[in-house]
Ligand binder design. Structure first.
Ligand code: GLN
Length: 198
Protein backbone atom coordinates (compact mmCIF):
# COMPACT_ATOMS: atom_id res chain seq x y z
CA UNK A 1 0.00 0.00 0.00
CA UNK A 2 1.24 3.48 -0.79
CA UNK A 3 2.19 5.70 2.15
CA UNK A 4 0.41 8.89 3.14
CA UNK A 5 0.62 11.67 0.58
CA UNK A 6 3.15 14.38 1.35
CA UNK A 7 1.17 17.59 1.49
CA UNK A 8 2.78 20.98 1.85
CA UNK A 9 1.45 24.11 3.51
CA UNK A 10 3.07 27.31 2.26
CA UNK A 11 4.37 28.54 5.59
CA UNK A 12 5.38 32.19 5.34
CA UNK A 13 2.42 33.83 7.03
CA UNK A 14 -1.23 33.23 7.89
CA UNK A 15 -3.14 30.31 9.34
CA UNK A 16 -0.55 27.68 8.52
CA UNK A 17 -1.10 25.74 11.76
CA UNK A 18 -4.86 25.32 11.24
CA UNK A 19 -4.34 23.85 7.76
CA UNK A 20 -1.54 21.59 8.97
CA UNK A 21 -3.81 20.31 11.74
CA UNK A 22 -6.72 19.66 9.38
CA UNK A 23 -4.51 17.87 6.83
CA UNK A 24 -2.92 15.68 9.53
CA UNK A 25 -6.37 14.72 10.84
CA UNK A 26 -7.27 13.62 7.32
CA UNK A 27 -4.20 11.38 7.09
CA UNK A 28 -1.68 13.48 5.18
CA UNK A 29 2.00 13.82 6.03
CA UNK A 30 2.36 17.57 6.34
CA UNK A 31 5.48 19.43 5.21
CA UNK A 32 5.89 23.15 5.95
CA UNK A 33 7.09 24.64 2.66
CA UNK A 34 9.28 27.73 2.46
CA UNK A 35 12.08 26.73 0.07
CA UNK A 36 12.25 25.07 -3.35
CA UNK A 37 13.72 21.88 -1.83
CA UNK A 38 10.64 21.47 0.38
CA UNK A 39 8.32 22.17 -2.52
CA UNK A 40 10.06 19.43 -4.50
CA UNK A 41 9.13 16.86 -1.82
CA UNK A 42 5.37 17.43 -1.76
CA UNK A 43 2.57 15.97 -3.88
CA UNK A 44 0.18 18.87 -3.24
CA UNK A 45 0.14 22.27 -1.57
CA UNK A 46 -2.22 24.40 0.50
CA UNK A 47 -1.79 28.18 0.43
CA UNK A 48 -3.31 29.53 3.65
CA UNK A 49 -5.28 32.64 4.42
CA UNK A 50 -3.41 35.61 5.78
CA UNK A 51 -2.26 38.74 4.01
CA UNK A 52 -1.73 38.10 0.32
CA UNK A 53 0.65 41.02 -0.26
CA UNK A 54 2.95 39.66 2.47
CA UNK A 55 2.72 36.08 1.20
CA UNK A 56 3.52 37.44 -2.28
CA UNK A 57 6.61 39.34 -1.09
CA UNK A 58 7.98 36.36 0.83
CA UNK A 59 7.23 33.97 -2.04
CA UNK A 60 9.39 36.10 -4.31
CA UNK A 61 12.11 36.72 -1.69
CA UNK A 62 12.50 32.98 -1.13
CA UNK A 63 12.81 32.35 -4.87
CA UNK A 64 9.57 30.40 -4.95
CA UNK A 65 7.51 32.19 -7.58
CA UNK A 66 8.90 30.30 -10.58
CA UNK A 67 9.14 26.90 -8.86
CA UNK A 68 5.50 27.27 -7.80
CA UNK A 69 4.37 28.25 -11.28
CA UNK A 70 6.26 25.30 -12.71
CA UNK A 71 4.70 22.77 -10.31
CA UNK A 72 1.24 24.19 -10.97
CA UNK A 73 1.79 23.99 -14.73
CA UNK A 74 2.83 20.34 -14.41
CA UNK A 75 -0.27 19.35 -12.45
CA UNK A 76 0.45 19.64 -8.72
CA UNK A 77 -2.88 20.02 -6.87
CA UNK A 78 -3.10 23.30 -4.94
CA UNK A 79 -5.83 24.56 -2.65
CA UNK A 80 -5.84 28.25 -1.69
CA UNK A 81 -8.07 29.73 1.01
CA UNK A 82 -8.75 33.47 1.11
CA UNK A 83 -5.31 35.08 0.66
CA UNK A 84 -4.33 31.72 -0.90
CA UNK A 85 -7.14 32.14 -3.44
CA UNK A 86 -5.78 35.62 -4.21
CA UNK A 87 -2.32 34.10 -4.77
CA UNK A 88 -3.80 31.63 -7.29
CA UNK A 89 -5.84 34.19 -9.23
CA UNK A 90 -4.60 35.35 -12.63
CA UNK A 91 -6.05 38.83 -12.01
CA UNK A 92 -6.69 40.85 -8.85
CA UNK A 93 -8.57 44.04 -8.09
CA UNK A 94 -7.41 46.20 -5.19
CA UNK A 95 -3.84 44.90 -5.27
CA UNK A 96 -1.25 46.43 -2.97
CA UNK A 97 1.42 48.45 -4.86
CA UNK A 98 3.52 46.01 -6.87
CA UNK A 99 1.55 42.98 -5.67
CA UNK A 100 1.86 39.92 -7.91
CA UNK A 101 0.22 36.53 -7.87
CA UNK A 102 1.39 33.03 -8.69
CA UNK A 103 -1.67 32.67 -10.91
CA UNK A 104 -3.15 29.59 -12.53
CA UNK A 105 -6.85 30.21 -11.95
CA UNK A 106 -8.49 32.07 -14.82
CA UNK A 107 -10.40 34.39 -12.50
CA UNK A 108 -10.43 37.96 -11.23
CA UNK A 109 -10.51 38.26 -7.46
CA UNK A 110 -11.44 41.43 -5.64
CA UNK A 111 -9.55 41.84 -2.37
CA UNK A 112 -11.38 42.82 0.82
CA UNK A 113 -14.61 42.72 -1.13
CA UNK A 114 -17.00 42.66 1.78
CA UNK A 115 -16.00 46.12 2.97
CA UNK A 116 -15.43 47.63 6.36
CA UNK A 117 -18.83 46.93 7.91
CA UNK A 118 -18.74 43.22 7.43
CA UNK A 119 -15.09 42.40 7.13
CA UNK A 120 -15.59 39.16 8.98
CA UNK A 121 -18.70 37.02 9.24
CA UNK A 122 -19.91 33.46 9.17
CA UNK A 123 -22.61 32.01 6.98
CA UNK A 124 -23.83 28.77 5.47
CA UNK A 125 -23.33 27.93 1.81
CA UNK A 126 -25.17 25.42 -0.33
CA UNK A 127 -22.81 22.47 -0.67
CA UNK A 128 -24.79 20.04 -2.79
CA UNK A 129 -21.76 19.92 -5.11
CA UNK A 130 -19.84 18.38 -2.19
CA UNK A 131 -22.65 15.90 -1.59
CA UNK A 132 -24.19 16.85 1.70
CA UNK A 133 -25.38 19.44 4.14
CA UNK A 134 -24.72 23.14 3.63
CA UNK A 135 -21.26 24.15 4.73
CA UNK A 136 -20.54 26.55 7.51
CA UNK A 137 -18.01 29.12 6.33
CA UNK A 138 -15.95 31.83 8.03
CA UNK A 139 -15.14 34.90 5.92
CA UNK A 140 -12.29 37.01 7.31
CA UNK A 141 -11.57 40.17 5.31
CA UNK A 142 -12.39 37.90 2.44
CA UNK A 143 -12.05 38.35 -1.30
CA UNK A 144 -14.82 37.63 -3.80
CA UNK A 145 -14.43 36.13 -7.25
CA UNK A 146 -15.65 38.96 -9.46
CA UNK A 147 -15.10 37.32 -12.84
CA UNK A 148 -14.63 33.70 -13.95
CA UNK A 149 -12.82 33.19 -17.26
CA UNK A 150 -13.61 30.33 -19.62
CA UNK A 151 -10.97 27.98 -18.18
CA UNK A 152 -12.28 28.10 -14.59
CA UNK A 153 -15.53 26.94 -12.98
CA UNK A 154 -17.46 28.45 -10.09
CA UNK A 155 -18.49 25.63 -7.76
CA UNK A 156 -19.60 27.44 -4.60
CA UNK A 157 -21.78 30.54 -4.43
CA UNK A 158 -23.50 32.53 -1.71
CA UNK A 159 -27.31 32.69 -1.77
CA UNK A 160 -27.06 36.08 -3.52
CA UNK A 161 -25.00 34.52 -6.32
CA UNK A 162 -21.59 35.85 -5.38
CA UNK A 163 -18.89 33.33 -6.19
CA UNK A 164 -16.79 32.06 -3.28
CA UNK A 165 -15.32 28.82 -4.66
CA UNK A 166 -13.61 28.14 -7.99
CA UNK A 167 -11.80 25.22 -9.58
CA UNK A 168 -9.66 24.69 -12.63
CA UNK A 169 -8.03 21.32 -13.22
CA UNK A 170 -5.59 20.75 -10.35
CA UNK A 171 -6.41 24.07 -8.66
CA UNK A 172 -9.11 25.01 -6.18
CA UNK A 173 -9.68 28.26 -4.30
CA UNK A 174 -12.23 29.41 -1.73
CA UNK A 175 -12.87 32.89 -0.31
CA UNK A 176 -13.53 31.44 3.13
CA UNK A 177 -11.66 29.37 5.70
CA UNK A 178 -12.97 25.83 6.19
CA UNK A 179 -9.94 25.10 8.38
CA UNK A 180 -11.25 27.42 11.11
CA UNK A 181 -14.81 26.09 11.15
CA UNK A 182 -13.96 22.39 11.25
CA UNK A 183 -15.37 21.80 7.75
CA UNK A 184 -13.40 18.91 6.24
CA UNK A 185 -15.00 18.38 2.83
CA UNK A 186 -12.88 20.86 0.88
CA UNK A 187 -9.62 19.50 2.24
CA UNK A 188 -10.91 16.00 1.41
CA UNK A 189 -11.70 17.11 -2.12
CA UNK A 190 -8.18 18.52 -2.44
CA UNK A 191 -6.61 15.38 -0.92
CA UNK A 192 -8.48 13.17 -3.41
CA UNK A 193 -6.68 15.09 -6.18
CA UNK A 194 -3.36 14.73 -4.37
CA UNK A 195 -3.82 10.96 -3.96
CA UNK A 196 -4.61 10.67 -7.66
CA UNK A 197 -1.21 12.14 -8.60
CA UNK A 198 0.96 10.94 -5.65
N1 GLN B 1 -7.57 40.54 3.08
C1 GLN B 1 -6.53 39.56 2.92
C2 GLN B 1 -5.71 39.79 1.66
O1 GLN B 1 -6.05 40.58 0.85
C3 GLN B 1 -7.08 38.15 2.90
C4 GLN B 1 -7.66 37.81 4.24
C5 GLN B 1 -7.58 36.37 4.61
O2 GLN B 1 -6.84 35.59 4.04
N2 GLN B 1 -8.31 36.01 5.64
O3 GLN B 1 -4.73 39.16 1.50
Amino acid sequence: MAGSPQVGVLAYQGDVREHAHMLSLLGADVVLVRHPAELARVDGLVIPGGESSVIDKLTRMFGMLHPLRERIATGMPVYGTCAGLIMLADRIEGAAPGQQTIGGLDVTVQRNAFGAQAESFETTIDASVLGGAPLHAAFIRAPIVSEVGPAATAFLTLDDGRIVGVEQGNLMGTSFHPEVSGETRLHERFLARVRAVA
